[in-house]
Design a protein around this ligand. Structure first.
Ligand SMILES: [Fe+2]
Length: 207
């Protein structure tokens, strides 16, 4: 038996903007390899949801069960999709300092753009997979959160506005083990117009 919740639409990977193939300091080769991983998360999300439709609910078990395995890895697949859709969407710009609402929020909550950048870079060096600048709707402020994998450690009721991928696959082709230089390149390719569009769409309050 399965529930109505296990009915789903298959999704397809979003296409990359042409600008993603012309980043400054992040090669086309690295982006194309990275995109293949993203396509893999989409495929696995569809596959897992398909399998959940016929899962045996009566055998659910916290040590091991099919239901547990599928649901744990579904969170990894969905995390991989959401993280990378943010990542790819907000690259392809000219970097530099933000303007508009993003600048207002960052200055208010970090003190300065430089302080935000230094903290996000350090958070990216301290993480094993991700660092996110997110707006926590309960605290009413931005914070740079750390993630080790696609599904660790998201904060409930927080909206990510910047997603810095620090998995080795994001930079090893271009920088070897020099993650710090990759993070600098990431900042140099941020598209602040996209971030400001999200701030407006989600109606993140700037006062
Ligand atoms: Fe990635």
């Amino acid at each position: 038996m399965s529930t109505l919740a296990y009915q789903f639409e298959e999704i397809t990977a979003r296409e990359l903007k042409p600008a993603l193939f012309e980043l400054d300091g992040i090669s086309r080769e690295a982006v194309e390899a990275h995109y293949k991983l993203y396509q893999g998360y989409v495929a696995k999300r569809n596959e897992i949801l398909g399998k959940l439709a016929s899962v045996d609910l009566s055998s659910a078990n916290q040590v091991y069960s099919e239901l547990r395995g599928l649901k744990v890895e579904l969170s990894f697949a969905i995390g991989g999709i959401k993280n990378h859709e943010i990542y790819f969407e907000h690259l392809g710009g000219d970097g530099g300092d933000p303007n508009g609402a993003a600048a207002t929020l960052i200055k208010r909550d970090f003190g300065s753009i430089a302080d935000w950048r230094a903290d996000l870079k350090a958070t990216g060096l301290a993480g094993r997979g991700w660092a996110w600048t997110a707006y926590d709707w309960d605290e009413g402020r931005l914070f740079n959160y750390i993630g080790d994998t696609q599904n660790t450690f998201p904060i409930w009721n927080a909206t990510p506005l910047v997603a810095l991928d620090v998995y080795e696959h994001a930079y090893f082709l271009d920088y070897g083990t020099d993650r710090a230089s990759y993070i600098d390149a990431f900042f140099g390719n941020l598209d602040w117009t996209t971030v400001n569009d999200w701030v407006a769409r989600y109606q993140v309050p700037t006062k």
